[in-house]
Structure formats: C-alpha cells, structure tokens
Design a protein around this ligand. Structure first.
Ligand code: FES
Ligand SMILES: [Fe+2]
Length: 395
C-alpha cells in the first residue's frame, strides 16, 4: 500500500520481503538535507567507492584527485607500480597540497610537494624533505639549532587511504579496517576480472548535473519497467520479456537479451546479452551487447536534491568508428531521457505528499538498493556516531 503523508506517520523500515507493504525506503530519505550529511559518513565513508581507472595513471608519479563527500584523495602510481591514495592534506599544518586534477587530465610529479611551506613527500607517502627553516631555529631565540628535533619520515608522512581494485577499476575506502572489496563486489569481481578491461581506452566522458537525489537515479537505473515507454530507440532489438534482473548481496545485474544473436566480434564479453552491473552504493559497469566496449557510471551526490553523473566510455581505440560514435550517442540519449524521468519524479517527491512508496515485483533490484541504504543508516546509528539522525523507524 502506498503511504501518504496524512499525519498518521505510518512509515516503516524497508521490509526483507518485497511483497510486504512497507517495502520502500521512506520518501523523506530522498529529500532531507540531514540525510545527505549523514550519508557522507554512513555510506560514502564506509563502503568501497570508485576512484578511477588505473589506465589514467600508467607511469610512476602519474596522479589524479578524487573528491568523495568532504574528502579529497590524491590517487597516484608509486615507484613500485602500485596505485595508492592519500588524503590531499599536508602533514605539516593541513594545507591541501595538489590542485584539483581530474582523471581525464592526470598530472605527473616526482614527489608530492605542499606549496605552503614546501614539505615534500615521496610517492610512498613518507616525508622526504623539509626546508631548512624546519631544521634550525634561527628565528627562535629560545631554542638552539641542535635542540630542534628531527622529523621521522614515516610518522610525519601522508595519511594513506585503503585502495583495492576490480581489474583496472580502482576503489577507495575511508574506514580504518574495511572489509575487502571482494566481499562488497562478490561475483561481480571475478566476472569482470575475466575480461580484458585494461586493454580498452577511455574514449568519451559526459558529466551531467541532475536535479534529484542520487538514490532516485540509482533506482531508475535498477529497473526497466519504464524502458518500453521511455527509451524507444534504446530497446530496439532487445527482448525485455526475456531479460532478467539478478540480485546479489551488494550488487545487482540487469541482463538484457537480444532478439537476434549478436556477433561475438562485436563485444568484449561472451554472453549473448548486455549486462549492467550496479554496485552499491553509487557505481555501475555497463557491458554492452552490441558494441565492443564498456562503460561506467559514477552517481555522485552534490546535495540531497542534486547529483552528478560521470559517464565514461571505454573502447579498443579512443578514436571511435562511426558505429561506435553512434552507439555512444544513443547511450547519451538514454541518459537524457532518464534525467527527465528522475527530475520529474523528484519534483513529485519534494512535494512531501508521499510518505513511503511501494515497489513492484520487477523492482526487486531497487528493493535491494533501498534495503542496503537502510542497513547502512542503521549500522551508522548503532555505531554511536555523535550526530546520527534517526534511521527509518521500525514499524
Ligand atoms: S602546510 Fe604543507 S608545508 Fe606547511
Ligand atoms: Fe531508463
């Protein structure tokens, strides 16, 4: 049953069973600014979040920055070839060190130098050098030069953030002791690592700002009941009735079957279907059925009512053939059609009339998404976080 905000306040938790009445996340979790603040900790600091593609940083010293909520990391390849991530924060007095550097325009540095007082770090994060002014006390009449303590390079190094990867897809996690990415990604990790993802190059990136909560778009991505009426060009040649939505612990997969056999030469993966992976909380991998390439979506919250979609397209060669360019155009059209749908949905949600939605039997992937959000809020609340707002009430 749909629950309206009629003063009876009957919303409950997302039920374990999709056939139960209170089976969606209460609507205010999409529109409340406090929930957005809470999600920065409860969701985006606790799970593995996509940082970027290892192909963007092939050489030692290559780097880009990545902002997640209020935090920014520098993702850099070290001298041993490992991709590592550090808070973009100097160990001296906390200055941000390197300028914003998107994955599409990576920089290169031999060492990481903070421009404020020139503390310099090796690519492994240890403090490499400080200017003379930190080694002698010439301006301090109370201290002799030989009383100045030397700085231990490791204890005064950069703060490292956990990184892990699915093939060339690099993830970061801000927890002290995170559960492995393999647990969060489940079977998706092995399935994707069986494919030569690293052999493909970034060919296009579309960045869009959309007027709705990030979970609204995530939900839209996770079902295709709206496709027949809203994506006429995209569904051409797809048998939606033979498609399948598969739910796993932290990811779900939308398998789309093609009406006709698609030539194996035409795609990176072998199954005769397109596969769209959604990995909780905000990342997707799109394995196309009709093009030899793949894509990723990053669904980044800006505030409770806005998100940014970063859509990347990887092909054998960054110079696209006309067919590939046409494929990307159709995909972009699909995105724009979805933006209209989710902005319209968000206008409705913002009216505050809906207390709790109901989900259909083919929206079970979306149900999983809502459950994971609720579990994240409850875990955060249970962890005695000082400013945790209430998780959705138990009915
Ligand atoms: S704050 Fe970075 S060197 Fe001083
Ligand atoms: Fe759609």
């Amino acid at each position: 049953m749909t629950r309206w905000n009629d003063g009876t306040d009957e919303v409950g938790t997302v039920s374990a069973d999709i056939t139960e009445e209170t089976n969606a996340l209460p609507a205010r979790y999409f529109t409340d600014p406090e929930v957005h603040e809470m999600e920065k900790e409860a969701v985006f600091s606790r799970y593995w979040i996509y940082a970027g593609h290892a192909n963007a940083v092939p050489e030692p010293g290559d780097f880009f920055t990545r902002t997640v909520g209020d935090r920014q990391v520098v993702v850099v390849r070290d001298r041993d070839g490992e991709v590592r991530a550090y808070y973009n924060v100097c160990a001296h007095r906390g200055s941000k060190m390197v300028d914003d550097t998107p994955m599409t325009e990576p920089g290169n540095m031999r060492r990481i130098t903070c421009p404020y007082h020139l503390w310099t770090y090796d690519l492994d994060g240890t403090l490499a050098s400080t200017p003379k002014s930190f080694e002698e006390a010439s301006l301090n009449p109370d201290l002799e030069d030989d009383e100045v303590a030397t700085l231990d390079p490791e204890r005064n190094g950069l703060m490292e953030v956990h990184t892990d990867a699915i093939g060339p897809l690099v993830f970061v996690n801000f927890e002290d002791d995170p559960t492995p990415l393999a647990e969060q990604a489940g079977t998706m990790k092995a399935e994707l690592e069986a494919l030569p993802l690293e052999e493909y190059e970034l060919a296009r990136r579309y960045v869009s700002e959309v007027e709705c909560n990030w979970k609204t778009f995530g939900g839209n991505y996770s079902e295709c009941d709206h496709c027949q009426s809203n994506h006429r060009d995209w569904i051409e040649g797809i048998r939606l009735d033979e498609s399948e939505l598969e739910v796993n612990d932290y990811h779900w997969v939308l398998h789309y079957t093609h009406e006709e056999d698609v030539d194996d030469e035409l795609r990176i993966h072998e199954e005769h279907e397109a596969k769209f992976y959604y990995l909780w909380p905000n990342f997707t991998v799109n394995m196309y059925g009709t093009a030899d390439g793949y894509g990723t979506y990053l669904i980044e919250p800006i505030d409770e009512g806005r998100f940014q979609l970063v859509a990347d397209y990887y092909f054998r060669d960054a110079d696209l053939s006309e067919e590939e360019a046409e494929f990307v155009r159709t995909s972009r059209q699909l995105q724009e059609e979805d933006f209209e749908l989710v902005e319209r949905q968000y206008e409705g949600l913002r009216m505050g009339a809906l207390g709790q939605a109901q989900l259909g039997p083919n929206e079970h992937t979306l149900h999983r998404f809502h459950r994971l959000a609720q579990e994240a809020y409850e875990a955060y609340e249970a962890s005695d976080a000082p400013d945790a707002p209430d998780a959705p009430a138990r009915s």
